[in-house]
Design a protein around this ligand. Structure first.
Ligand code: NYM
Ligand code: MG
Length: 211
């Protein structure tokens, strides 16, 4: 069973600050793709459903304390434990719409003051995204959107630093979309980017992150 058009699926990642609209846009994009008969699934990191994910979730909820490098490696391990399944899905023709990935891993940890090259190292060898869409929203704007949920990192000053580190991670797979535009406008831009990416991936091999 491949996709209806044959070829592998695309690894499409949405990135951005907390409250930038990623989760809503992932859901909209996913239902659009599925409505078109495209084989697609929605994923997110952290994946809080695994035992590593539960440790991460407790840390984010301030229910546990962890050394900065230790939690960094847990976020990375949480992607590694999903790598084999991710590869199987993509090769089987399923497109994955992923809410956060390695870029979150590096940007949030580097914002705490950890060395950025040290932060990148454990991400090497994970599957490289075919498209990264960064939803660009000013930290002040993001905070206005119903406020933050009270998890660790959800503070304007910290989010500003995260944004600067995201900026330094931009590469050729990145597209920046203005996340302050109306939801429907952002949605249209995402649909177009995703459709052309999915088409291109049918004749493009999977690659690994090499930072
Ligand atoms: N986060 C997420 C990290 O610090 N490192 C990572 O590798 C990932 C994937 O977790 N503030 C942070 C970003 C968010 C928080 O994510 C929880 P979400 O999308 O709000 O559930
Ligand atoms: Mg959040």
């Amino acid at each position: 069973s491949g996709s209806s058009q044959g070829g592998r699926g695309a690894l499409i990642v949405l990135e951005g600050l907390d409250r930038s609209g990623k989760s809503s846009q992932c859901a909209r994009l996913l239902s659009f793709l599925q409505g078109k008969g495209c084989q697609a699934e929605g994923w997110r990191f952290p994946d809080r459903g695994t035992s590593v994910g539960q440790m991460i979730s407790a840390y984010l909820a301030n229910e546990s304390e962890l050394d900065d490098r230790t939690i960094h490696l847990l976020f990375s391990a949480n992607r590694w434990e999903k790598r084999a399944l991710m590869e199987r899905k993509l090769l089987g023709g399923t497109t994955l719409i992923v809410d956060r990935y390695s870029y979150s891993g590096v940007a949030f940890s580097a914002a705490k003051g950890l060395d950025i090259e040290w932060c990148k190292a454990p991400e090497n060898g994970l599957i490289a995204p075919d498209l990264v869409v960064y939803l660009d929203v000013q930290p002040e704007k993001a905070a206005e959107r119903g406020g933050y949920g009270g998890e660790r990192y959800e503070k304007i000053e910290f989010q500003k630093k995260v944004g600067e580190h995201y900026h330094s991670l931009r590469d050729s797979t990145w597209k920046v979309v203005d996340g302050s535009l109306p939801m429907e406008v952002v949605e249209e831009q995402l649909k177009e980017l995703a459709m052309s990416c999915i088409l291109e991936c049918q004749s493009k091999q999977l690659a690994s992150l090499a930072w």
